[in-house]
Design a protein around this ligand. Structure first.
Ligand SMILES: Cc1ncc(COP(=O)(O)O)c(C=O)c1O
Length: 413
């Protein structure tokens, strides 16, 4: 590689996001991101599926879209239509589905179709950083609605919609992660889902349902999708194989009326999502998905138990959390004096990566002593040692957890 002496900086257009930092490897104790459990990737099943589908249909890779059109590989869309009907009660056909490159692309496409600078959207007060950052970059006003144990608070949503209407503002959508919310882990029951649809319908606002954790409810019993409960076609539903199979595959999907899909398709200018991934997924999922996912859930639940035990042991009552009903994250509240942005910097220097609460919220002050921990990718041993190290750092920086209480906890006294 020649020495890079050419200066591109004067050529860069205004408005670019800040330059990415060079990747220097993952932290030793890595509790960040939406990564999955390496031990739970169904490698043998994926190898068998890849071999079978390539032998049978490999020549289709000669065409963009692998001969089944720009909406994605048809057998995968057929699998999804059946699965969404069975699991989430959604009546949709393969033709209502657009396969995309991870649900991150779904967020970009739907935002591209609906949003302009200065628009307003409604979002859960604590929400996915990838969604919050996109809205910020687009210059969109994100109105945060507080959550309780049942997810987005419907009373607060009603107030916000009424207040916005009074100011002549019609939000472009209500974005929600109703089934294992990121980061809080809540699941919105059916009744508030119906109330949400009623409010959205009354105010003429679409609902943007991000359901990428819906396969990871421990007991497998998820409420019907909001998409399934709405009769007016005002719901855009997105999902992903990242959490149920593997995030590095980069395969997600959008279920929406053609008025939206046709616009999203016009913006999806990448020549199609990788067809090999789609073909392997379709081949694997049709017979194996229903066997693989319960086993994945059991493994994740065991890791969650390891994380909660480590937090109880190391932080005692200083760490407060609800036992989530599914997913890959634990949302933790530390005492008010702990600033998790500062804790993050100190922990990272010691080799522990955490997600500080303010980066996952429309209200940085409310989340200043909260943090999100992903328990899916570290091993049980890394969870135990990483949380012990985090407690040491937190004690050094903030005097929390108090050491005497900690010793008392460990000895059971
Ligand atoms: C709520 C939510 N939506 C979307 C995504 C993006 O996932 P992917 O692009 O891997 O499908 C994530 C990833 O963690 C997420 O948590």
């Amino acid at each position: 590689m020649p020495v890079a002496s050419f200066d591109f900086s004067a050529l860069l257009p205004p408005g670019l996001p800040p330059a990415a930092a060079k990747w220097t490897g993952a932290a030793r104790y890595n509790f960040i991101g939406g990564n999955n459990d390496p031990a739970q990737i169904p490698v043998d099943g994926l190898i068998a599926a890849a071999t079978a589908v390539l032998k049978r249909e490999g020549p289709a890779l000669a065409s963009y879209g692998a001969r089944t059109g720009p909406q994605g590989y048809r057998p995968l869309r057929e699998f999804l239509a059946g699965k969404l009907q069975r699991d989430a009660g959604m009546a949709c056909s393969y033709d209502d589905i657009l396969i995309v490159s991870g649900s991150l692309q779904a967020l970009d496409l739907i935002n591209g179709v609906l949003l302009a600078r200065g628009d307003t959207v409604i979002i859960e007060q604590e929400s996915y950083q990838g969604s919050l950052n996109r809205l910020k970059r687009l210059g969109v006003n994100a109105v945060g609605i507080p959550l309780d144990r049942d997810g987005m608070r419907i009373d607060a949503l009603a107030d916000a919609l009424a207040a916005l209407k009074q100011r002549g503002i019609r939000p472009k959508y209500i974005y929600t992660i109703p089934t294992v919310q990121n980061p809080t882990g809540t699941i919105m029951p059916e009744e508030p889902r119906r109330a949400l649809i009623k409010l959205a319908t009354d105010y003429g606002v679409p609902i943007f349902e991000d359901d990428c954790y819906a396969d990871l409810v421990w007991d497998g019993q998820r409420p019907p999708a909001i998409h399934a409960l709405s009769e007016s076609g005002n719901v855009i539903h997105i999902g992903s194989f990242s959490k149920s199979i593997a995030p590095a595959l980069r395969v997600g999907f959008i279920v929406a009326p053609w008025t939206i899909l046709s616009r999203a398709l016009a913006l999806k200018s990448d020549g199609g999502t990788g067809a090999l991934e789609q073909m392997v997924l379709a081949e694997f999922c049709a017979p194996q998905f229903a066997i693989h996912v319960p086993s994945l859930r059991r493994g994740l639940r065991a890791k969650l138990d390891a994380l909660m035990a480590a937090l109880n042991e190391q932080f005692g009552t200083a760490a407060e959390f609800e036992d989530p009903k599914g997913g890959i994250f634990l949302w933790v509240k530390l005492p008010d004096e702990v600033d998790t942005m500062k804790l993050n910097a100190a922990a990272l220097a010691a080799g522990v990566a955490i997600n500080p609460g303010p980066e996952w919220s429309t209200d940085a002050a409310h989340s200043s002593s909260r943090l999100r921990l992903c328990f899916a990718s570290p091993s049980a041993e890394q969870i135990r040692d990483g949380i012990a190290l985090l407690a040491d750092v937190c004690h050094r920086e903030f005097g929390v957890p108090a050491r005497i209480a900690n010793v008392a906890q460990r000895t059971g006294s």
